[in-house]
Design a protein around this ligand. Structure first.
Ligand code: GLY
Length: 347
């Protein structure tokens, strides 16, 4: 097992291992005296892992309640957020109690935002069960819900008290959800650097999965430690994401986040090649990395349609937006551009 320590506004550990989901009660008892625990999960993950989590917590003496919502991005709404708050109040949860987010990115973002705001903050634990949530959303304390106008428009930076990342849970993922996580992995392929790209290029995703996941978490941990509240460097983690959020919104969330990131990466890499930031060899290598991560779909929307969604992006200030571009593997840069010039750069 790997223990990755995060030093931020709240220090915490990320436990990465196989078959460790049943140890959540043990780790919790090292941090919290007996209390109530609300497990927040979706209807798919509930059937797979809730019983294991419940047994682990009750064996350690915790009282367990559960809130289950329908799987999918459409649940990441103010409505579900309000329902979870109501549940906490109905069950008389107080600040000494805890929330466990059991599931993928939607569960973690939603439960984390509830935790950040219920009684002005209650402890929460992340138990990410998808590749996407293990390598990205459960690390670094971004929590949020969507508004009809766009993705993640309401949220908070709020760190968990620990993260339990059981790689074994990736074995129950459908091919579609596995590849969704690979969309986010393709981003790291361009972002992290030569060693990570070479590991992906071994073309043995399943065999190397543990190592790949650990390397993504460690990279993200380092960035978050330097810039927890995203005043600069952390924006790099959004490589491909401005476009991806536009794709998700325009598709009414029928295109999943990871798949949209893969499409966003393709658009950004092409733009970087067209604007002479990368050579033809680098362009081909990066596209090869996307293929190795099973990201072959093209964006179904025009650049014009995408750019129209950018004004509500959090990297947009006034009439400028910070684009994340690449000048090579491991060499990504932030570039402030006028909104009116984005169309030209990305077309
Ligand atoms: N998903 C990007 C970040 O956490 O900063």
């Amino acid at each position: 097992m790997e223990i990755i320590k995060v030093k931020s506004s709240k220090n915490y550990s990320i436990y990465v291992g196989n078959n460790i989901i049943c140890t959540v009660g043990t780790y919790l008892s090292q941090l919290k005296p007996l209390c109530k625990v609300l497990v927040v999960t979706d209807d798919v993950v509930d059937k797979l892992y809730f019983d294991k989590i419940k047994r682990s917590l009750t064996d350690c003496g915790y009282t367990v309640e559960k809130f289950v919502f329908p799987n999918g991005e459409n649940s990441k709404s103010l409505e579900t957020y309000g329902e979870i708050l109501d549940k906490l109040a109905e069950k008389s949860f107080t600040r000494t109690d805890v929330i466990v987010a059991l599931g993928g990115g939607v569960v973690g973002d939603l439960a984390g935002f509830v935790a950040s705001s219920y009684m002005r903050g209650i402890d929460f634990v992340q138990v990410p069960t998808t590749i996407l949530s293990q390598i990205d959303s459960s690390v670094g304390g971004k929590t949020a819900v969507n508004l009809p106008m766009g993705k993640n428009l309401v949220g908070a930076f709020y760190q968990p008290i620990f993260v339990l990342c059981d790689i074994e849970t990736t074995k129950t993922l459908t091919e579609e959800i596995f590849n969704d996580g690979m969309g986010e992995m393709s981003k790291y392929g361009v972002l992290i650097g030569e060693n990570f790209a070479e590991l992906l290029e071994q073309d043995n995703l399943k065999e190397n999965l543990f190592q790949l996941i650990v390397k993504c978490i460690e990279y993200k941990r380092d960035v978050v430690e330097r810039d927890e509240f995203e005043s600069g460097e952390r924006k790099l983690l959004n490589l491909g994401h401005t476009v991806a959020h536009g794709i998700e919104k325009l598709s009414n969330y029928t295109i999943s986040h990871g798949k949209a990131v893969g499409m966003g990466m393709k658009i950004i890499i092409s733009a970087c090649y067209k604007n002479h930031l990368i050579s033809k060899d680098e362009f081909q290598r990066m596209n090869g990395l996307l293929n190795l991560c099973n990201q072959r779909s093209n964006c179904p929307f025009t650049i014009f349609e995408l750019v129209e969604t950018f004004t509500l992006d959090k990297k947009c200030t006034g009439d400028t937006i910070t684009l994340i571009l690449t000048e090579g593997i491991g060499k990504c840069v932030l570039k402030k551009v006028k909104i009116e010039d984005v169309l030209e750069i990305l077309s």
